[in-house]
Design a protein. Structure first.
Length: 129
């Protein structure tokens, strides 16, 4: 993962709308090819429903051409390792509960539902660290 050298629309939007979320973001590369993007809240005071945390995976995007190669799973493992080193006990994320959605992906990585929904009705899941 590498730091982005310029902010894109997603990052700029989150920074403007949720500056208290302390967004942390990285570009995801395979060798020298950009394959995705990851963003999370970095050790923040939770402020539901807008900011769930303290460690919340907001965005994990892998280009369609690069999906199914393990990049997303590796990014989640690296993020989990980083936040664990910062003292995190869990990593949270959420997803829209639709057929073909990411529920299985997160379940395979060890995330379990918390029983809560976010303000948009997304299922909140947690990975114990």
């Amino acid at each position: 993962m590498r730091s982005l050298t310029c902010e894109n629309d997603v990052v700029s939007s989150v920074n403007r709308q949720y500056p208290h979320a302390r967004p942390w973001y990285r570009a995801v590369y395979a060798d020298d090819e950009l394959v995705g993007f990851v963003m999370l809240s970095w050790n923040v005071e939770p402020q539901p429903p807008d900011v769930i945390g303290p460690w919340f995976l907001w965005k994990l995007l892998v280009d369609r051409r690069h999906q199914g190669r393990g990049y997303g799973a590796e990014v989640v493992r690296q993020v989990a390792h980083l936040v664990r080193a910062e003292g995190a006990a869990e990593l949270l994320t959420s997803y829209v509960p639709l057929a073909g959605g990411p529920a299985g992906f997160y379940r395979r990585l060890g995330f379990v539902p918390t029983g809560d929904l976010d303000g948009n009705g997304e299922v909140i899941v947690r990975l114990a660290l």
